[in-house]
Design a protein around this ligand. Structure first.
Ligand code: IMP
Ligand code: MG
Length: 186
């Protein structure tokens, strides 16, 4: 848990902006078009992985022009500070029976790859018409399982990042940009 009790302490943890609001907007416009073109008018189901992907989902769905439904799943990867423990738990499942849907999973970031590897395996076993993965961020340097997204908007080095839905200790999801987290104490 982060001990943040003032705006000053909050701001001190934001080391530097690495992707601006404008850059995110532009990339989402392009990804929305790419997704809309590839489904060519067929309806899709966007599945957002909570909590991190809620902001990305809200913007991406508005950049998509084919008929689309939305659904949510909660997958928690447990962290010791900023290091993933490897334990992935589905704490809230989808409501839809996905066997009649072209599914697009909407994720915030792929780090070790374990979360999506598990989620994709589980959703594939439910026989969707098709399944694709779009992620806002990709950190390929830290991959522990072989996993590649169909669309990754930004590839970043091994920084722990916050903002635009991504948290550290549940804070910083409300930042409108992606920033590097300041791991130093002072
Ligand atoms: P993976 O299972 O290691 O690929 O981890 C994926 C999940 O860990 C993401 O959905 C995020 O919720 C979280 N995560 C991984 N890297 C970061 C980061 O740099 N900042 C914030 N959350 C992260
Ligand atoms: Mg996530």
């Amino acid at each position: 848990m982060l001990d943040i009790n003032s705006i000053e302490e909050f701001e001190k943890k934001i080391k530097r902006v690495i992707i601006t609001e404008e850059e995110i907007k532009e990339a989402i416009k392009k990804a929305g078009k790419q997704i809309s073109d590839s489904y060519d008018g067929r309806p899709i189901l966007l599945v957002s992985i909570l909590n991190g992907a809620f902001v990305f989902m809200a913007d991406l769905c508005r950049a998509i022009t084919v008929p689309c439904e939305i659904g949510f799943m909660c997958a928690k990867s447990y962290y010791n500070g900023t290091v993933s423990s490897g334990v992935v738990k589905i704490t809230m499942d989808l409501e839809q029976d996905i066997s009649n849907y072209h599914v697009v999973i909407v994720e915030d970031i792929i780090d070790t790859g374990r979360t999506l590897n598990d989620v994709v395996k589980m959703l594939k076993s439910r026989n969707p018409l098709s399944l694709k993965v779009v992620t806002l961020l990709d950190k390929p340097d830290r991959r522990l399982v072989d996993f590649t997204a169909d669309i990754a908007l930004f590839t970043i080095p091994d920084y722990f990042v916050i903002g635009y839905g991504l948290d550290c200790g549940e804070y910083f999801r409300n930042l409108p940009y992606i920033a590097e987290f300041n791991e130093e104490d002072n």
